[in-house]
Design a protein around this ligand. Structure first.
Ligand SMILES: Cc1cc2nc3c(=O)[nH]c(=O)nc-3n(C[C@H](O)[C@H](O)[C@H](O)COP(=O)(O)O)c2cc1C
Ligand code: SF4
Length: 419
């Protein structure tokens, strides 16, 4: 079996609106267990598990947990990042809509281990169904004594508030998210300090993704060492993949790290329909690299993906068949990020306007050799100098195609009329 259902094992089995269903399927059992453990032991188990964040950057989870635990502040926050605004990603929505208590349980355990007393779940505004389900689940958890004061007679107090965004992609970036919860417009902050030192309302804050928190009860149940046996040496556990584009069976699939892209596309996704040829695949979402067919034997693994300047933790795979024009795809991506740029820094604000102009020249076969040089250097400058991850990662798709699909650029250059 290619799929390994660990986080998605209750999908379809439990009614997401019923906390009783969740409890009957081992729900909140691991919170009870964690409340009997030393706080440092919980963080040790997370370290042994080698869990890395599932929101995109793949940062080791125990380091942030330990960072928060060490802070002496009376007030500390836990934030669950459910903004999921990147085109091609929809796995957090599946987790929230099918099994909302799992990520809530992970938050409560994390709060107990780190000494946090207040949590926020920040869900993108378009996710109406997920918002209603999660609000209902939080209320139920409070009614049953899993949230609020003196949780399960442990003397530990923690509560969760659900906040919704207005649909700006950049607000998924952790600093912009903090600003948004504080009631300001969603723009990043200059760092350091990092959130675990100075986060929400200036207090130490732990921010993790929905899927990351879902892994915490699993680690408490099995122990970190056993958990680390799933997946590969550098990427442990399972990954929820959002598979979309030209495949017969698009959807969310949970696989152990280490399976190949080809197996996910061909076996789980059923391959490309209508006997068309696969032309290219975009990894991670709109900000990820676009790779050709011959690279599909690559394993899904953080370290392997990072070789392609890609942080692919969010796990989108977008398949495109041979009908697609590379430059139409790139133009859509550049337009999207230009629209979503918050305007705070020059490389991203001005760079997207110029990228769009240059990509259009290639699309309309009006480009010159100088355009190719300008496109390449501009994309690299934006990647290296933008203030936050939006501007740093938006040119990655373009940069990858300058390597893998360079012939297509050359085919569109007008040599005779060069500038
Ligand atoms: C532009 C931008 C958008 C992001 N959007 C999300 C998002 O929607 N969800 C998410 O979990 N992380 C998102 N991130 C990553 C967060 O900044 C942060 O790294 C993450 O929430 C940390 O959680 P993790 O360690 O569990 O992955 C985004 C980053 C950038 C730069
Ligand atoms: S990179 Fe873009 S989104 Fe990020 S701060 Fe700069 S202008 Fe804003």
């Amino acid at each position: 079996m290619l799929e390994k259902k660990v986080l998605s094992k209750r999908f379809g089995l439990v009614n997401p609106l019923s906390i009783k269903d969740y409890i009957e399927h081992d729900g909140y059992k691991n919170l009870r267990k964690a409340l009997q453990m030393e706080k440092i032991t919980i963080i040790d188990e997370v370290e042994k598990s080698k869990l890395r964040g599932r929101g995109g950057a793949g940062f080791p989870v125990h380091i942030k947990m330990m960072g928060l635990a060490k802070e002496a502040s009376e007030v500390k926050y836990i934030i669950n990042n459910a903004d999921e605004g990147e085109p091609g990603n929809f796995k957090d929505r599946a987790l929230l809509e099918n099994d909302p208590h799992q990520t809530i349980e992970g938050m409560i355990i994390s709060a107990y281990a780190t000494g946090a007393s207040k949590g926020y779940i920040y869900i993108r505004g378009e996710y109406n169904r997920a918002i209603s389900i999660v609000k209902w689940a939080v209320d139920q958890a409070r009614d049953m004594g899993f949230l609020g004061e003196n949780i399960l007679d442990s003397g530990f107090d923690f509560d969760i508030e659900v906040r919704t965004g207005a649909g700006a992609y950049v607000v998924g970036e952790e600093f912009a998210l903090l600003e948004s919860i504080e009631g300001k417009s969603g723009r990043t902050r200059v760092k350091p300090p990092f959130p675990t030192e100075k986060g929400l309302f200036g207090k130490p804050t732990l921010i993790n993704n929905v899927e990351t928190f879902c892994n915490i009860p699993v680690i408490i149940e099995s122990g970190g060492k056993a958990y680390a046996k799933i997946g590969t040496a550098s990427s442990t556990g399972t990954k929820l993949i959002s598979l979309s584009g030209n495949v017969k069976n698009p959807g969310v699939y949970e696989v152990p790290f280490g399976v190949t892209l080809r197996d996910v596309i061909d076996i789980l996704g059923g391959g490309v329909p209508e006997s068309r040829k696969l032309k290219m695949v975009q990894l991670g979402g709109a900000c990820g690299p676009i790779i050709p067919e011959f690279m599909l034997d690559m394993k899904i693994d953080y370290d392997r993906f990072e070789e392609f300047e890609s942080k692919t933790g969010a796990g989108a795979i977008i398949v495109m068949d041979d009908r697609h024009n590379l430059f139409e795809i790139l133009l859509r991506i550049v337009e999207f990020f230009g629209h979503e740029s918050c305007g705070k820094c020059t490389p991203c604000r001005e760079g997207h306007v110029q990228l769009e102009r240059l990509v259009k020249r290639f699309l309309h076969k009006e480009s010159t050799p100088k355009d190719l040089l300008s496109l390449e250097s501009l994309a690299r400058v934006m990647h290296q100098t933008s203030l936050c991850g939006l501007g740093q990662s938006s040119p990655i798709s373009l940069i990858s195609t300058l390597g893998y699909f360079r012939d297509e650029y050359h085919d569109r250059i007008e040599f005779s009329g060069g500038e």
